[in-house]
Design a binder for this molecule. Sequence first.
Ligand SMILES: [Mg+2]
Length: 205
Amino acid sequence: MSFIQRTRKLALVDCNSFYVSCERLFNPRIRIKPVVVLSNNDGCIISRSNEAKALGIKMGEPYFKAKDIIVKNKVEVFSSNYSLYGDLSRRVMRTLKRFNSEIEVYSIDEAFLDLSNFPDSEVEKIGKEIRETVLQWTGIPTSIGIAKTKTLSKIANHIAKKKISGVTSLIGIENIDPILEKIDINDVWGVGKQLTKFYQKKWNL
Ligand SMILES: [Mg+2]
């Protein structure tokens, strides 16, 4: 009996600045402005547009600490609206299911998709198609990282976020060590030290 070993190809689709992107859908006025969304009771900053990131506003930062920058730069501030985000999340996930019905919803704005059925040479193109479709059908911009494992697709996704195409595939790259060496794990997960430790355990890094 012959045994064909196929490479696993996993895509991590992650919505860009998800809560901010949701607010922007209904507020065309704020599309090119710095925007932040606050946690319950307006305590902390939990979503930032790229413009807000560029101002140095940190993820998870208490609102009062960032208030000076916010006022000075006329940053648009929103309280969180979880029923809106939940609804848009379901729409994004439903769209993803058109490409593979067995998606793994990882968080409100992230899902893993198995693309193993596609040839290596096509996954990047499929990634771009997924991104275009989600944007067209839901209005939400995403980044897509494709690789052999979940951890690597998370890293590919981190690289994709910085690219205009929004898609990065590490499939077929023989030696990814030089790529990994340039990446700071704290950056990839965009979180503080404690959380990074937690993820390092969780992802077996
Ligand atoms: Mg996201």
